[in-house]
Write a protein that binds this ligand. Structure first.
Ligand SMILES: *Cc1c(COP(=O)(O)O)cnc(C)c1O
Length: 424
């Protein structure tokens, strides 16, 4: 795409943007200083879709009007309410509908899935993660290793970028598996690395895991709603994601999980059971014996919190209306424009550690100019009513989100960054 460094160009792009109407379907935060906010933090907490508000209000009303009868007798009975997420989750992850389920929150799902898929033996007990893994994932796997009676230091292997690089190279993972594969029980890796924004070659990770006899789990927190995926074909054993980042379902909203079809039937695995994993047709017979539900629903435990599920349903409907192909196409252009502006204007002062050939929305900017303090620059940007986010030790993450950010937002970000740098 051809880019220009002027507002008229950005506004002209917005006029011909096929998704331009979607910006109006989101609520933007209040201005901190009277000027329009430039919100670039959808990778951390997506903006509120008006449809999410509507769907929550509907369930509050149903609760009021129907009380206990809402389980079976409202427009969208709570007994099967979680199924309203299935088509959206399946479309965004490239899964079969039977392979996905909305339940719990992300770290909880990682633990529940590891209960099934991390079954260490004395010969094969290690877990491989990447060295900059999100802390919650690291805490989850080290505690799993300990819970099974193994030493968390020797039981944890880390895929690390080479010295002086920030990119994770697939060939390095391959070499690690070649050397240690037989002792590794599980690979738990992200779809998109949260700090650098690198899209991991998930198909290759799944192939390598299979080849070496390791279970594969993917954490899709930064991938879902951001990049295209084909989970059924890639065939990780399991995956999990939260819904408050690019999925815009609100803080702590109900998360999602994927279990590949090959593990769903016949039942060949252990799970931790609760009554919502029991076959729905006979659940309320309250039998002492457990009849498993089909598909990923078998991993459900409790009746789900409807008020935290309703915004997920609303948000997924927005994605379905926009169409993910169009979302991704605009995302490439928007992020491309931001990258181009940053290089053109500040190439020698600001760098980007996100690989151009493997990225979604997010750019992870680093300050190259030794005269500029990165955290102070970030603080100045916030004062100018920009919302990026800061990740220790030195990265400013910015994510122009195609559903609600505009080309003019990206241009305005560059303008405010210029102001912030001038005062550095
Ligand atoms: C955001 C994120 C989490 C957050 O976990 P919660 O259980 O939702 O609090 C965990 N892992 C990764 C990789 C994330 O990006």
């Amino acid at each position: 795409m051809h880019y220009e460094d002027n507002r008229a160009f950005a506004c002209a792009q917005d006029k011909i943007d096929p998704l331009r109407a979607f910006r109006e379907k989101f609520n933007f935060p209040l201005s901190r200083d009277g000027r329009a906010p430039v919100y670039l933090c959808g990778n951390s907490l997506g903006l509120q879709p008006q449809l999410a508000v509507q769907f929550v209000e509907e369930e509050l009303q149903n609760w009021k009007d129907f009380a206990v009868d809402g389980h079976f007798h409202s427009d969208h009975p709570w007994i099967s309410y979680h199924r309203r997420c299935v088509s959206g989750f399946a479309a965004l992850t490239g899964a079969l509908e039977s392979e996905v389920v909305a339940m719990n929150t992300l770290t909880v799902n990682l633990h529940l899935l590891m209960a099934s898929f991390y079954r260490p033996t004395n010969d094969r007990y290690k877990i491989l993660i990447e060295s900059q893994a999100f802390p919650s994932d690291r805490y989850a796997v080290t505690s799993q290793i300990r819970m099974h009676g193994y030493d968390a230091d020797s039981g944890l292997l880390e895929w690390t970028p080479r010295d002086g690089e920030s990119r994770l190279r697939t060939e390095d993972l391959e070499a690690m598996l070649h050397e240690h594969g037989e002792s590794i029980a599980l690979l738990l890796l992200p779809g998109v690395q949260y700090y650098t924004g690198q899209v991991i070659d998930m198909a290759a990770v799944c192939d390598l895991g299979r080849k070496h006899g390791c279970a594969v789990g993917l954490d899709l927190a930064h991938a879902i709603g951001n990049i295209e995926m084909a989970l059924h074909d890639w065939a990780p054993d399991f995956a999990a994601w939260c819904t408050y980042k690019y999925l815009n379902a609100g803080p702590g909203a109900i998360a999602g999980a994927f279990v590949h079809e090959k593990h769903c039937s016949p039942q060949n695995l252990e799970q931790l059971h609760g009554w919502w994993g029991h076959d729905e047709a006979t659940r309320f017979k309250m039998a002492k014996s457990f009849t498993p539900a089909a598909g990923a629903e078998l991993w459900q435990m409790s009746n789900p919190p409807i008020l935290s599920l309703a915004p997920v349903v609303g948000s997924l409907q927005v994605f379905a209306e926009a169409g993910f192909d169009r979302i991704r196409e605009k995302s490439r252009q928007l992020t491309g424009y931001m990258d181009w502006l940053a290089r053109t204007r500040y190439g020698d002062r600001i760098g980007c550690i996100t690989p151009e050939d493997a990225r979604g929305c997010q750019l992870s900017l680093v300050v190259k100019d030794s005269a500029v303090d990165a955290k102070a620059l970030f603080d100045r940007l916030c004062k100018l009513n920009v919302t990026p986010d800061w990740r220790e030790p030195d990265v400013i993450r910015v994510a122009p989100v195609p559903l609600y950010n505009s080309f003019e937002d990206v241009f305005e970000f560059a303008e405010r960054l210029t102001t912030a740098l001038a005062n550095a």
